[in-house]
Design a protein around this ligand. Sequence first.
Ligand SMILES: Cc1ncc(COP(=O)(O)O)c(C=O)c1O
Length: 497
Amino acid sequence: MAAVLDFHLSIPRDGRPSYLRIADGLRQAIQSGRLEPSERLPSCRRLAVMLGVHRHTVTAAADELVAEGWLKGGERRAHRVAAVLPSEFFNARVGHTASRGAKTLRWRLVREAGAPKGAASAARGHRYTFAGGVPDLRLFPYDEFRTCLAQALRRAPRGLGGYGDPAGHPEFIQRLSLYLRRVRVLTGRRILVTHGSQEGMFLVAQLLLRPGDKVAVEELGFPPAWDAFRAAGAELAPVRLDASGMVPEALEVALSKGSVRLIYLTSHHQYPTTVTLPIERRQRIYELASRSAVPIIEDDYDHEFHFRSHPIAPLASNDPSELVIYASTLSKIMFPSMRLGFLAVPEAIYHPLVNLRAIITRQNNTFLQDAVARWIDSGGFERHLRRMRRVYQERRDALVDALSVGRRAGLALDWSVPDGGMALWLDCGVNSDAVTREAAARKVLVNPESHYRFAGTRPGTHLRLGYASQTPPELRAGADILLEAIASVRAARATRP
Ligand SMILES: Cc1ncc(COP(=O)(O)O)c(C=O)c1O
């Protein structure tokens, strides 16, 4: 096709450089059809004369349009309008695939994960929330920690800003190891820092479980951990609990069937019932695991918040068979959005775990780890822990007092005062799903037993009441409303024919 000899270009008059305005004029001419696909343009020299500008200005405008895909050529060859215009490209592709009978893609999901339970419950406009296990974010010493973060950031140019060790920031691991040795009696373990203990459990599941393997779990438990096991294709084998936690005889039966490859245990404060697994049971469960050569994940999520005595040492502190994977978190001590947790594991699975995490999330945020290491060094970490232990104990007592009011008023409430932790397990004497609905209608969030029970079983009469995130007055006000909700479910049951 011969070059167009003359055509009208309308060049916008605004404050932009002339080459951009000329590019606009040319683009407009193409879009409006005055210049057609594949048509040859007059030379830049000729266009420059037409427009009364320097040739380089026209060349710059043409370069711009070549980069955008409107023109082809340049570099000593004449410019042509592109055969397929950028504006046509998408439509042309749709037409093309449709005409060749292309199929609509149906995504083949080889794994499916349900939506996490209870997420963002606080945001749903509850006046009072007894969501379990959430620390009081209002009481964190942000100013103190901000200083540690600022110091960590100052180290960015000296290496901290680059990729780091996938196992975790060495200075954080060193402080954490010392702390764990001193306070949790954990020695001889390798530490892998993770994004919360959830990532730790996910990694362990991916490393140790094949589809069809069974994981022995407490029959009432922590659904996110279950989800991590299921995501690896495992099935859950619920093990009976009683008032002291997992029943070793029931575990023995589950292990005797041969397909259990992992045991998940919340030994310190059973989740959700809060009971502490007694020493004899710990020993028995350990022996059973050792005899069957099945590893245990010990999820110790709120170790420090124990009021009655020193916590019993974790199973991981005495692990001659090297079968305990200890999982823990800073979500309760600091705040969940930090996503800082860790695994303390036997040497044999340390490197496989580190290698696996390196290909998934590579490493944790080094600044946060460095800041926490500084916070530990400064004494702030333990000061905060001591303070929160006192605060949570007071709150536990405030909740117990508030519930006692309901008992005195004739409600059939029952509970054991928890020795520690951040929640209380209340038997409210009526269907706790119904109470949860009644409470929600009154803008109070509680979690019912069914939330934690292995699927397919009846609704229970228990509620897990987190007390850590509300002040005593808030707890009293929320508990008053909860008692109303319980009374209303009881009254409805009494009037049912
Ligand atoms: C039983 C249990 N394990 C672990 C965690 C901590 O999870 P993460 O460290 O992923 O925040 C929680 C927090 O709610 C928990 O209740």
